[in-house]
Design a protein around this ligand. Sequence first.
Ligand code: URA
Length: 195
Amino acid sequence: MDLFKENPNTADTWERLRADCAGCGRCELARTRHHLVFGVGSETADVMFIGEGPGEQEDLQGDPFVGPAGKLLDTMLAIIGLDRSQVYIANIVKCRPPRNRDPLPDEQAACIGWLDRQIALVDPAILVFLGRIAAMAYIRPDFRITKEHGQWFDVEGRRAIAMYHPSALLRDPSKRPETFVDLKTLQREIKSLNV
Ligand code: URA
């Protein structure tokens, strides 16, 4: 028995995950990125927000939701008395898709293992999916954001809810009242879970 060999059952760590993920070249998006956008926030957060993928500003700065959609996400958090230091924020894909197109299924498949490990490490009680792409990846492949936003689902034992992506709310402000209701639903759940 090799006592110095890494035990495959050893619990994952942030250090190991960051090292594994740094320099990822699992898909074509790696070729055009300026920065890999890993994730930010509290590594012990009770609530984790999951977006789709970095946009231009995120790609340039290396952090999620720092562009116009990120400003709106900050406002959404403030509405329920939170700020980004109290939650964890990450995306389905860690590198910017060209011209902000939807990440392709093979790009998502190549990347999602990193996010799975982030979710396991943060171990949040609540997952909040921002937009259709994120909800389809974790709740159901045929998830309908227009019909199913604001409803609770179970994702591997965690409470999960989807709401409109802040970019969609910037494009179509008429969706904002529904999102306000969804945020209040989320706030009630946070209170009732006492997290
Ligand atoms: N849109 C996303 O889905 N994620 C970001 O980080 C920025 C914009």
